[in-house]
Design a binder for this molecule. Structure first.
Ligand SMILES: C[S@@+](CC[C@H](N)C(=O)[O-])C[C@H]1O[C@@H](n2cnc3c(N)ncnc32)[C@H](O)[C@@H]1O
Length: 417
């Protein structure tokens, strides 16, 4: 019998208890599939440094300068950014004629993040003075702690953090809006696993969830940040005012990934009054053709349509306006900069003409960020099946994927006075 996805592991656990990027160092891991984020982050370093220039220096401070990276995940990106932040601040202190303070860096993410892999990547702390430390390659000049928890709630003591950084994380919602999963609601996202091209009610439910979440994020940070501190935030954004047009993320989760879910929902409908079948869609019907009961029973696919419809990617690419409304309503931060920035493609391929490589990059890219949620919803085996279909479909549309799949980011530089 075809698997129906009964091996589902965690149907009711809260999203924040299961969400993480794919850990470890495997081919689908985030650590090995985050070159695009690394590239996009590097293209925004000048904006990060401008934000750091807004942080008020506190001369001869006995207390450490504290940096927190929220949604750090596991991989080199967070280590690289924290290093940039601390080196820039040391330069600023020295340029102003001050002795730099000690530095503390907090790496924060949800509890299921692979902190072990991250901590194993950490360079050892340098011994000796700050100068010696800066002169020593592959050493760090800061103390470290991991902070598990949701950034939509309090993570740090009151007025304890000088600088918050968060990249490519705030588009993850705290939950899929309840109405989107409620069959009786007009916002029920029937037939889809993302809001791209969904109905208006579904999109509005996502938008409200995003704005509530961002409001909670800002409220928590406004309590934790020291006066004179700053914050640099980057998350997926969109250029269209219409939330059902999610742009690049819409192509990532709303086309080949969506079609691959539909493949799993193979449904064969037998028309009793006649002698032929109508069937809806699948790449392969071999297992069906081999089934001796095919003429007498209705045969479902690898998963039911309801199983697909209860899976939704909890991501929202916000417009600048959606984002601005929340920052302004919060009112505690000065906006230094709030703009939309072209990030480029999430697919990093060495040979763009090789359709197989493009397909693999698409599947790995989807899997490194959404694989853990898919595994939790349909189990490892079906998840494997799903992503191999994404790869296959991606290879067949390699050229247009490379042309059309472009990400935009919202970049916010905020200060607390
Ligand atoms: C795409 S990764 C970004 C990683 C890293 N900042 C980078 O630049 O490569 C997004 C991260 O956000 C985290 N995240 C999502 N929702 C979160 C939440 N509510 N609280 C804390 N972290 C969250 C995910 O677990 C994931 O590790």
């Amino acid at each position: 019998m075809a698997p129906q996805g009964e091996d589902v592991i965690v149907p009711d656990r809260k999203l924040e208890m299961i969400l993480s990027m794919k850990g470890g160092n495997g081919k689908g891991s985030y650590a090995n599939n985050s070159q695009a984020q690394a590239k996009h982050a590097r293209s925004m370093l000048h904006l990060l440094k401008e934000t750091l220039d807004n942080v008020q220096l506190k001369p001869a401070s006995e207390v450490p300068f504290t940096v927190a990276d929220l949604g750090c995940s596991c991989g080199n990106n967070t280590l690289y950014i924290v290093d940039v932040i601390i080196k820039h601040m040391i330069e600023r202190y020295e340029y102003s004629g001050y002795v730099p303070p000690e530095f503390s860096a907090f790496f924060s993410d949800l509890p299921s993040n692979d902190f072990n892999t991250l901590f194993q990547l950490l360079p050892p702390i340098a011994k000796g003075s700050m100068e010696e430390c800066l002169a020593t390659d592959n050493h760090r000049s800061y103390f470290v702690a991991g902070v598990p928890g949701s950034f939509y709630r309090r993570l740090f003591p009151t007025r304890s953090i000088d600088f918050f950084h968060s990249a490519f994380s705030l588009h993850w919602l705290s939950q899929v809006p309840e109405s989107v999963q409620d069959k009786r609601s007009p916002a029920y996202n029937k037939g889809r696993v993302f809001i791209h091209n969904a109905n208006e009610q579904t999109a509005n439910a996502y938008k409200s969830q995003f704005q509530r979440d961002l409001a909670a994020f800002l409220k928590a940070r406004s309590q934790e940040m020291k006066r004179g501190g700053s914050m640099f935030l980057v998350c997926l954004g969109r250029t269209s005012p219409d939330p059902t047009d999610q742009g690049g993320p819409g192509i990532l989760f709303g086309t080949h990934f969506q079609d691959s879910w539909n493949d799993l929902v193979l449904e064969v409908i037998m028309i009793h009054s006649s002698s032929f079948f109508v069937y809806i869609p699948s790449l392969s019907f071999k297992w069906f053709a081999d089934n001796p009961f095919r003429r007498s029973c209705r045969i479902h696919g690898l998963i039911t349509s309801e199983k697909r419809d209860t899976f939704n990617i909890p991501v929202y690419a916000s417009s600048l306006q959606d984002f601005r409304e929340v920052v302004e309503a919060n009112g505690t931060f000065r906006i230094n900069k709030l703009e939309i920035f072209k990030g480029g493609s999430p697919l990093v391929v060495s040979q763009p003409d090789d359709a197989t490589e493009v397909g693999r990059a698409l599947a790995n890219s989807c899997r490194s960020v959404a694989g853990v949620l898919v595994d939790a919803h349909i189990g490892d085996q079906l998840s494997e099946e799903l992503f191999s279909r994404v790869e296959h479909r991606g290879s067949s549309h390699a050229k247009e994927l490379l042309e059309q799949l472009q990400f935009y980011h919202i970049v916010a530089s905020l200060s607390f006075e």
